[in-house]
Design a protein around this ligand. Structure first.
Ligand SMILES: Nc1nc2c(ncn2[C@@H]2O[C@H](COP(=O)(O)OP(=O)(O)OP(=O)(O)O)[C@@H](O)[C@H]2O)c(=O)[nH]1
Ligand SMILES: [Mg+2]
Length: 366
């Protein structure tokens, strides 16, 4: 029996090295996570140590060449990752369970609309995780929990969570009909009732006649003042008028923000300052590519966070994760219905991850 240890970054890398050094008949005996390098224990890097073996007698009669071409190795690694058990080499029955399960989780996340690059990274790490576990710990539940923790850890990169209402002007902008005005009404109630703030509402949406009436109706129920700004001068006047208020929620007209023109138009009607935070409101029912197009335009301005609406109208929540991890923008609130003021949830990492994993049909109990 010829034994060899490999220190690698990931399991696919190990499989590639084992294949090229020991050949296709090699078997993996042991995998563990190790720390390498570093300085008195600091800055050490986590690696995988994979022990593989080959029986030289069996090996000698193997029909496959010892050194498969790069093309061949790549194909095999890809097949293992995508759960097509091409050969029994470099894999015992247990080792093939991992790709199947990881592929299943990947399929579920894909159905949720979680982006490909995120899923690819997760898949590779999940693979490494699987092989770093003792055999008895390699269960579906362990992989699901790994997925859950992996997503939660990643989401810590961006600010997720409700406003503390410490910026005076909260400006809400976004595509038509996503629920900006309704969300403002919900948050006006939240700021005044839950946080005890003195709240006012300002709208620059003068395009739709009904828009002002809609806001005035909400405002009168909540007993907060409303002002209409037809121009930037009006906006400045309202800023003075609301000097004594803690929070001013600013509504804007829904526009096709995939066009630069409308963003320029928006900038002519609102005043962004140190005292303000800009929220882009997006509906979870929209196509993700369209959301990205809108957010790309808004890159020109300092977007504080996104607010996602209409969670109740869809079953796929991948955009919640994609916006955070791919666009690098956090989420403040998620709304889940038309009822004012109840249907709004402060965003949280737990809520996002559980929403995405909730629908998974994997049996995590075994
Ligand atoms: N199902 C559901 N409907 C919502 C939600 N939020 C808002 N709506 C509905 O979406 C519709 C449009 O809401 P508005 O608040 O007027 O949307 P808007 O973004 O202000 O629209 P414009 O100002 O025209 O761009 C209304 O019928 C709302 O009741 C939500 O979370 N879930
Ligand atoms: Mg509106």
């Amino acid at each position: 029996m010829k034994l060899k240890k490999f220190q690698v970054e990931s399991m696919p890398e190990a499989l590639q090295q084992i294949k090229s050094e020991l050949g296709s008949e090699a078997v993996i005996l042991h995998t563990k996570e190790i720390s390498t390098g570093g300085w008195f224990g600091f800055f050490a890097k986590k690696k995988l140590e994979v022990t593989a073996a080959i029986d030289p007698v069996k090996h000698a009669v193997a029909t496959k060449p010892l050194q498969p071409s790069l093309q061949e190795t790549k194909k095999e690694v890809e097949q293992i990752l995508t759960h097509v058990p091409q050969t029994q080499s470099v894999s015992s029955a247990t080792q093939l369970e991992a790709p199947a399960l990881i592929k299943q989780i990947d399929t579920e996340l894909n159905l949720q609309g979680v982006g490909e690059s995120i899923r690819e990274e997760l898949k590779e790490d999940a693979f490494g995780f699987w092989y770093s576990q003792e055999k008895e710990n390699r269960t579906p539940l362990a992989v699901i929990n790994f997925t859950r923790q992996w997503l939660k850890r990643r989401l810590q990169q961006v600010p997720i969570g409700q406003s503390s209402f410490n910026k005076k002007f909260m400006i809400f902008a976004g595509p038509t009909g996503v629920g900006k005005t309704t969300t403002i009404a919900k948050l006006a109630a939240e700021a005044s009732i839950k946080h005890g703030k003195k709240v006012a509402i300002l709208t620059t949406d003068t395009y739709r006649i009904a828009a002002i009436d809609q806001l005035k109706t909400y405002a009168s129920i909540l007993n907060v003042p409303v002002e209409v700004a037809y121009s930037l001068d009006d906006f400045h006047a309202a800023m003075e008028q609301f000097e004594a208020y803690d929070v001013v929620l600013v509504d804007t007209a829904g526009r096709n923000f995939t066009h630069d023109f409308y963003l320029k138009e928006l900038q002519k009607t609102i005043h962004l300052s140190e005292e303000s935070s800009l929220y882009v409101v997006l509906a979870l029912t929209a196509k993700y590519s369209d959301m990205v197009a809108v957010l790309k335009q808004f890159n020109q301005l300092a977007v504080h966070q996104v607010i996602f609406t209409k969670k109740d109208e869809t079953n796929s929540y991948g955009a919640l994760i994609n916006v955070c991890l791919n666009e690098g923008i956090g989420i403040a609130y998620v709304t889940n219905g038309q009822n004012v003021p109840d249907d709004v949830i402060p965003a949280s990492i737990d809520h996002i991850v559980e929403s995405v994993l909730e629908g998974m049909t994997l049996d995590g109990s075994s």
